[in-house]
Design a binder for this molecule. Structure first.
Ligand SMILES: Nc1ncnc2c1ncn2[C@@H]1O[C@H](COP(=O)(O)OP(=O)(O)OP(=O)(O)O)[C@@H](O)[C@H]1O
Ligand SMILES: [Mg+2]
Length: 405
């Protein structure tokens, strides 16, 4: 098959999805706005051709360029595993009359209001919610729903522009901060633990699923700079405590009529055991969470996805031998990393459970902690026991310190 892969080089997971397609024996044609020389080696090695476009955000121009290119070579399918360009991928499919998700099928995965409206019609428990484009609309929604509320963009990512609001006074303080957001979802604030339900599906059937536990809730991690966010791919995905979320996950996929590929759902588990829907994307999770699935199972989910979307099968063996978790560290201070402390002691205590240590080196400039999920570095560990996995990650959170100046 000749598969068109949108943005084969960025973000970091994309080269591996591209490689998955190549390993399945396909000719992969990349379309992206990176220069070909800047693509990661894994992407370069996996591509048969690369179509450089000025900007993936300029849909009309990209569609024109692909229409022109398709006169010279056949395109059999279009794949996109990165959220911002799901609709672009659907438009290309429609233009070339290719199978796969249409624009209409994609929109409920991009617009958090439309998404919840479909799920409400299917009897799935979403937070009470109202979509609005004006400040007065937010105020009215807050009165209708009642505090505490969560105000967030209908197509946000990485908890950007997302606020918990407990009172009218707080609401007036955050409204000016949202002036650049066109439409927001005002939701009942759900007090709960937060999990994912991620799948690879073939023809609407779940072939593989994964559940991650977020420690703490992403909005907390995003609000306080001192927190080192953890995400753990849970080994015991069949635990009774997680059943309500698993069941909801399957119902959501059915309600949205999702057929083939990766999904990434987030859901809330309330103290009384009730599962509440959070959001879902028709794509894999970002920020190296796909790698956690690989470390938990010792398989190659990138290739598993490629096989699912191109051949309708999933033959990677699902071992679930480990819990695999990552922790993102933030340095203290501003400027460049001067010193990293505590790593040696951690490696001597837990080194055999470490999979990846990827910290900014001394001398590197700190990343903007509001704009990156990975912050100033990532460590991935794995362990068969969940509590032990949490212990190791907590120890890293406490003992590993990065200092910047
Ligand atoms: N109704 C809600 N009640 C409680 N917390 C919420 C609610 N909505 C959002 N949050 C918090 O805000 C975070 C971000 O919201 P959401 O998951 O909808 O968007 P996003 O994280 O920006 O998108 P993505 O996960 O694709 O990056 C959630 O993980 C959760 O911690
Ligand atoms: Mg989210």
């Amino acid at each position: 098959m000749n598969v068109l892969m949108i943005s084969p080089g960025f973000p970091v997971e994309q080269p591996f999805f591209t490689r998955g397609l190549a390993r399945q024996g396909h000719q992969v044609i990349g379309v992206g706005d990176q220069h070909e020389q800047e693509l990661a080696q894994v992407a370069k090695n996996s591509l048969s051709a690369y179509l450089k476009v000025p900007s993936l955000a300029d849909e009309a121009a990209v569609l024109n360029q692909i229409a022109e290119a398709s006169k010279h070579f056949r395109i059999d399918s279009v794949e996109c595993t990165w959220e911002p360009f799901m609709v672009l991928a659907a438009k290309i499919r429609e233009m070339l009359s290719l199978p796969g998700m249409t624009v209409e099928q994609t929109i409920p995965f991009r617009d958090k209001e439309k998404m919840k409206q479909v799920l409400d019609r299917n009897g799935i428990r979403t937070p009470r919610h109202i979509g609005t484009t004006s400040r007065d609309g937010v105020r009215t929604a807050a009165q209708e729903i009642g505090y505490p509320i969560c105000v967030k963009p209908i197509s946000g990512a990485g908890s950007a522009d997302t606020y918990r609001v407990d009172s009218d006074e707080q609401l007036e303080m955050i409204l000016p901060k949202l002036s650049h957001v066109h439409e927001v979802s005002v939701e009942e604030f759900v007090e709960a633990e937060e999990f994912t339900f991620d799948t690879v599906c073939v023809d609407g059937e779940v072939k593989f699923f994964n559940i991650c536990s977020y420690r703490p809730r992403p909005l907390m991690g995003r609000t306080h700079q001192w927190i080192s966010q953890q995400t753990i791919a849970v080994r015991d995905v069949h635990a009774p405590a997680l059943e309500s979320g698993r069941k909801m996950g399957i119902e959501v996929i059915k309600a949205l009529n999702f057929k083939n590929g990766f999904t990434h759902m987030e859901w809330y588990l309330k103290p009384d055991g009730e599962a509440v829907f959070g959001e879902i994307g028709a794509r894999p999770p970002g920020a190296n969470t796909v790698d956690l699935m690989n470390f938990a199972n010792d398989f190659d989910i990138y290739e598993g996805w490629a096989e699912a979307v191109t051949k309708g099968k999933f033959s990677q063996p699902i071992h679930r031998s480990y819990n695999a978790g990552h922790i993102f560290k933030r340095a203290q201070g501003e400027g460049r990393i001067q010193n990293i402390e505590g790593l040696e002691g951690l490696l001597s205590d837990y080194g055999e459970h470490f999979c990846i240590v990827d910290l900014l080196p001394v001398g590197a400039r700190r990343r903007n902690w509001k704009q990156t999920l990975r912050s100033d570095g990532m460590i991935i560990v794995r362990h068969p026991n969940f509590e032990k996995t949490c212990e190791i990650l907590d120890q890293i959170g406490m003992r590993l310190q990065m200092y910047a100046e």
